[in-house]
Design a protein around this ligand. Sequence first.
Ligand SMILES: O=C(O)[C@H](CS(=O)(=O)O)OP(=O)(O)O
Ligand SMILES: [Mg+2]
Length: 235
Amino acid sequence: MGETDLSGTVAVVIDVLRATTTITHAIANGAECVIPQLTIEEAQQQHVANPAALLGGERGGERIKGFDLGNSPTEYAPAVVAGKQILFTTTNGTKAMQACRAAELIYIASFANLTPLCNELAEYENIQIVCAGTEGEITREDVLLAGAIVDHLTADAPLIERNDQAQIATDAWQEAKSGLTASSLAQRLKRSRGGRNVLRIGLEADIEIAATLDSLNVVPRLDPKSWQIRDSRIS
Ligand SMILES: O=C(O)[C@H](CS(=O)(=O)O)OP(=O)(O)O
Ligand SMILES: [Mg+2]
């Protein structure tokens, strides 16, 4: 993450493995809202004030002791999350959201909601894509989704201005896109740094879910004032 001033911009946060993918599933499965928390302690304190909320997230990829849910999209099933508020903290993703706090609006991106997200982003001009990466390092899975978003937004408007980072991401996505299948995208994600971490903890199925394009018709958006993520088409 760079130090770009995001005030006045529309930010898009990407953490394909796995925070933004998991949040997209939670919202699609009827969670009332997801409330990002920077630290475990902050989440626990908020839970004292809001005991009906679920606690979700990870450290080192594993569910945090005492929490209801980890960071796997499959844990956020309708029977578990429908109508619930979720206090959520992860190693990389929730830090990236915090870094976007000055933006006007903050969108949550995943391959699962690529098309509905891009359809909504097409309304805006000044968009900044923020890749969470892993422990401060750039990661391929996030760059590929950033490229997919830029590719989508500029397909019919090739003269739209892109900075070099956006162009590099687009080049990476265009190379991946030729002959793309869910399984070829999953293979690429598994070879990323974030993918290797998720494989190490035995959660290969999460990578396959994260590589599924356009499976969910929601557009999760974090309101910088209320600090809650809801489906933009409902809230
Ligand atoms: O749970 C994840 O996928 C990662 C943690 S790690 O990099 O695998 O340890 O967290 P996230 O904040 O979703 O990148
Ligand atoms: Mg990650």
